[in-house]
Ligand binder design. Structure first.
Ligand code: SF4
Ligand code: SF4
Length: 145
């Protein structure tokens, strides 16, 4: 299996795999498409309406904001996955190449943030279910009185 057929991983992945498997480094295979640049999301502050729709869709919680306030992307935590773009009703989130000197998050950091995101969502769902059950129980008691 060739080690040079993953455009998102690019040369860095080829180098890492080559070292791990002790195989020669090859240039990225052009048949697989162009190497994807390291992208990062940015919110256009003039257009953000503070709707907060972008917050839950970010798998690594790299967006900071609250309802009715300007939102912003923490570039050091953004993976450039683009999942937040469709959620924005005013199209004010854009992807651009990561600035020189702006270090991308590591795979292990991404994994840890994603796991925290999933755990928080599970807690939120459980809390909402508990609240709903308590309200139903209260409503049931009141209707019997
Ligand atoms: S591009 Fe991905 S990681 Fe970055 S802010 Fe948007 S959803 Fe989060
Ligand atoms: S979805 Fe767009 S408009 Fe809404 S808070 Fe996020 S960046 Fe701002």
């Amino acid at each position: 299996m060739a080690l040079n057929r993953c455009p998102p991983g690019g040369p860095a992945l080829i180098t890492a795999l080559g070292k791990l498997l002790q195989r020669p480094e090859l240039p990225p295979d052009p048949e697989c498409g162009p190497v994807v640049a390291d992208l990062v999301a940015q919110v256009n502050a003039e257009d953000c309406i503070g709707c907060a729709r972008c917050l839950p869709v970010c798998p690594v919680d790299a967006i900071l904001g609250a309802p009715r306030f300007l939102h912003t992307v923490i570039s050091a935590e953004c993976t450039g996955c683009a999942l937040c773009l469709p959620s924005c009703p005013v199209d004010c989130i854009v992807l651009h190449p990561r600035a020189a000197g702006d270090v991308a998050p590591s795979a292990s950091d991404n994994r840890a943030r994603f796991e925290r995101h999933v755990a928080r969502e599970a807690r939120d769902r459980s809390g909402q279910a508990g609240l709903l059950a308590a309200r139903k129980s209260t409503a049931g008691r009141q209707s019997c009185e």
